[in-house]
Design a protein around this ligand. Structure first.
Ligand SMILES: [Mg+2]
Length: 241
């Protein structure tokens, strides 16, 4: 394990339902002649039902991952339908023509193949989920675990720092960007406020521009200071185009 402090770059964590795909919309699709038809498994619907804002974020995220500006893109879902989740991953892999180089390191994913879009996927009921209850919370410990599984993080490197003061923020608090349609997951409150995104149709594109600009330029310490400059905020729009 290499020393990670200062090396780990931002990590994007996405929810699935109503964040990446409008699955509430998908399940309304009916094929009266085929009562066994389950639209959730119909990959031909996914493009149409992608949440437009997340599509934009994902497009940029794959560029950033390719350049090494961000370390990883994770899926953290409370859906328990493994088949559906893996199909969404395969859809994104084909859409963006990008395969994760980290996912093959993840033990629990080996059951399901080797070519994944996401660098790690945790869903409700997946064997390595931090909280195995019926309604698991999404917490920073989930992301910590996902990072450990892909070999990007070792919490014991941070042990002494944690022991100094139990009220210290988690060492990953400024590394994680979280996208979820639900505002009440614990993870939102455990990370830097400006990295927490509640996905809705109201969220405007300039906010995404800010996010991506800062990911591009981010270093361990500079995110905060750059964010405070209004002029840099304005120029974000230019960067995204
Ligand atoms: Mg959701």
């Amino acid at each position: 394990m290499r020393k990670n402090r200062g090396i780990l770059k931002p990590v994007f964590v996405f929810d699935l339902d109503q964040t990446i795909l409008d699955s509430d919309g998908i399940i309304q699709v009916r094929k009266p002649k085929n009562p066994n038809y389950n639209p959730l498994y119909d990959m031909s619907l996914y493009e149409k039902y992608m949440i437009p804002l997340t599509k934009e974020i994902l497009e940029k995220a794959v560029e950033l991952r390719k350049r090494g500006t961000i370390s990883a893109i994770f899926l953290l879902s409370n859906n328990s339908d493994t088949k559906y989740i893996l199909q969404v991953d395969a859809f994104l892999r084909d859409k963006f023509k990008q395969v994760s180089s980290l996912a093959p390191n993840v033990q629990h994913l080996k059951l399901y193949g080797s070519d994944f879009f996401f660098d790690n996927l945790h869903w409700r009921g997946s064997s390595t989920r931090e909280d195995t209850s019926q309604n698991p919370v999404k917490s920073i410990l989930d992301v910590e675990k996902m990072l450990e599984e892909v070999g990007l993080y070792n919490k014991y490197n941070y042990e002494s720092r944690n022991q100094e003061n139990t009220f210290l923020k988690h060492p990953l608090y400024d590394k994680i960007y979280f996208f979820d349609d639900l505002p009440d997951h614990v993870l939102h409150s455990q990370i830097e406020k400006s990295h927490s995104f509640v996905i809705s149709k109201k969220m405007n594109a300039s906010k995404v521009s800010d996010l991506l600009k800062n990911s591009k330029r981010s270093t361990q310490t500079k995110i905060k200071s750059r964010r405070s400059h209004r002029s840099t905020r304005r120029s974000a729009k230019n960067w995204i185009r």
